[in-house]
Design a protein around this ligand. Structure first.
Ligand SMILES: Nc1ncnc2c1ncn2[C@@H]1O[C@H](COP(=O)(O)OP(=O)(O)OP(=O)(O)O)[C@@H](O)[C@H]1O
Ligand SMILES: [Mg+2]
Length: 523
């Protein structure tokens, strides 16, 4: 029950209560017509003030009149008021139902939302549940139709479906959870977003110009030095003026999916200095996806506290020079981690990192501390392209163990945020020696990631996860049960055009991945 309904219900109890008190006192002290008249007047005033006049308000007034009549009090004025309010209630009820019916007929989510709100105010529960059933039918039908559509048209259908699902969510309809996740799959189990950063001071000083254009919300084009234009399409494009909050608004639906029991992954790919770490972590004043996700997780925990028991753990692992390090250790040098093979109950072999620290967290501050510890231990190095270049792949994982209190059923969800080290051509980043070895390892693992994504694209039987520790780490985040979001971060500068094209091509190959998604049910 929402707070408005609670308020209204308590008003009705108070109104009816006055009649009860009256009767009790009348039984004790004998009929008191004057007192009965006063109580009825109070009841009438309350009924006049109640907004809107629901059937509960009318019933309470009706009861108050009946009680007053027991004491032979004058009730003509109150009866006239009851008649007037009943007419008003009928008029409002009819109008609300007509608005809702018309909106449902027009399949217009905004008017449906308004109509539902009117019905909710009038406590028209039957009309609301009828409407929810109709919406359920519309969503099921449109969802089935959208599955047959080409990608661009399907994305347009998805936007409308999202609005319907929001109406279900606002009315706490339990079917919403399934729809939400079907919708994520319609958007693509792997979605690719492109983010173009602003020109930086180094590029401006060099006299670079902007070579990247965003003709529409799904398209980015790049003009090479020979004036040849190349065009790429993705699921969303964020331009140089996009804010961290704009980016997160497109990402946060994955947090709901994790709470619904799915593995979700967000990773950023791109040339060194292109804005991967900025997009995922940002700064204190402009936090990126990771801190916002942490906040969102605990917003959901507060929202679902009554219904669900939720235990949360977090880990942070770095893959550097093809070796894995746990970043949440308190010892000075991060211990190396190794994979160990184990078998699921169904006999399927899987890999797990032995000895990985998974820190229990119970609030946002705990989780933020975990992130700070991990980031503090990460390896960075200054290169010609980025003063704070990430030289490792960083995997931050939030594990959710969820039990429904009512049914006792449990599920596990997971959010993994992967900040990849920059892809780069060795000459351009100006590195030698150890740094060159780092760059070679980074490129090797990114190639292995591309091969895994290619294998998906071609629907290959064997996916080469084993070719690199990076792909082994991301195994349950790419394909199968996962919902994945990939960012390709690019520089807008003409001097980076060749690197940018190679990043955009890499992302385009990934974009054709389609996964079958299943919920992670616990035994
Ligand atoms: N969209 C943006 N708006 C403002 N500043 C940005 C944006 N993207 C990146 N930057 C700035 O550009 C610099 C380089 O970005 P970042 O460190 O995120 O690069 P990266 O892709 O992680 O590189 P590497 O692969 O070397 O780690 C940072 O100083 C960051 O502040
Ligand atoms: Mg980085």
């Amino acid at each position: 029950m929402d707070s408005q309904m609670v308020k209204r219900a308590s008003f009705v109890v108070a109104l009816a209560g006055t009649a009860d008190q009256k009767r009790t006192s009348a039984e004790k002290t004998g009929p008191d017509e004057k007192h009965a008249t006063k109580m009825l007047r109070d009841g009438m005033n309350r009924a006049r003030q109640a907004e809107p006049k629901t059937h509960l308000v009318l019933e309470a007034l009706e009861n108050a009149i009946a009680e007053a009549q027991v004491f032979h009090a004058e009730t003509i004025e109150a009866e006239a008021l009851l008649k007037e309010l009943t007419a008003e209630n009928e008029r409002l009820t009819k109008a609300a139902q007509e608005t809702l019916d018309k909106a449902l007929q027009d399949k217009d989510p905004a008017s449906i939302k308004a109509g539902m709100e009117q019905c909710r105010q009038l406590l028209l529960n039957d009309s609301m549940s009828r409407a929810l059933s109709v919406i359920h039918g519309i969503v099921s039908e449109d969802m089935a139709a959208a599955r047959q559509q080409e990608r661009e048209q399907r994305l347009q259908s998805v936007a409308k479906l999202e609005a319907f699902i929001n109406v279900l969510r606002a009315n706490e309809d339990t079917r919403m959870r399934r729809f939400h996740n079907e919708l994520q799959d319609l958007k693509g189990a792997l979605r690719v977003f492109c983010r173009v950063r602003p020109l930086n001071s180094r590029e401006t000083k060099k006299g670079d110009h902007i070579a990247v254009d965003i003709p529409d919300a799904f398209t980015v084009s790049l003009t090479r030095s020979d004036n040849e234009k190349q065009v790429f399409n993705y699921d969303a494009i964020f331009g140089p003026t996009s804010t961290q909050s704009d980016v997160f608004s497109e990402v946060k639906s994955l947090v709901q999916s994790a709470f619904d029991g799915y593995n979700t992954t967000i990773f950023s790919y791109g040339q060194t200095g292109a804005g991967k770490t900025w997009t995922l972590y940002g700064s204190e004043s402009e936090p990126g996806i990771s801190p916002r996700t942490c906040e969102e997780v605990f917003r959901f925990v507060a929202r679902d506290r009554e219904r669900l028991d939720i235990a949360i753990r977090a880990s942070m692992v770095e893959l550097y020079n093809n070796e894995l390090f746990d970043l949440l250790t308190s010892t000075k040098a991060a211990p190396k981690l190794e994979f160990k093979t184990y078998r699921h109950a169904d006999g399927q072999a899987a890999q797990r990192l032995e000895g990985i620290i998974e820190t229990k967290v119970s609030n946002f501050e705990d989780l933020a501390k975990v992130v700070m510890t991990g980031l503090g231990n990460r390896k960075v190095r200054g290169t010609d392209m980025n003063a704070q270049s990430s030289r490792s792949h960083l995997l931050f994982t939030i594990y959710l163990d969820i039990t429904e209190r009512a049914s006792g059923s449990s599920r596990g969800g997971k959010i993994t945020i992967v900040d990849l080290a920059g892809s780069e051509r060795l000459g351009k980043s100006g590195v030698t020696g150890d740094a060159q070895k780092e760059a070679i390892e980074i490129n090797k693992s990114l190639t292995a990631l591309a091969d895994v994504m290619m294998a998906f694209t071609l629907k290959a039987k064997l996916i080469p996860y084993r070719n690199s520790k990076l792909t082994q780490l991301m195994q349950d985040s790419l394909g199968g049960t996962a919902k994945t979001l990939m960012f390709v971060n690019i520089s807008p500068a003409n001097s980076n055009a060749e690197e940018t094209i190679s990043s955009l091509k890499y992302a385009s190959r990934a974009r054709s991945i389609e996964n079958d998604v299943q919920v992670h049910r616990k035994k």
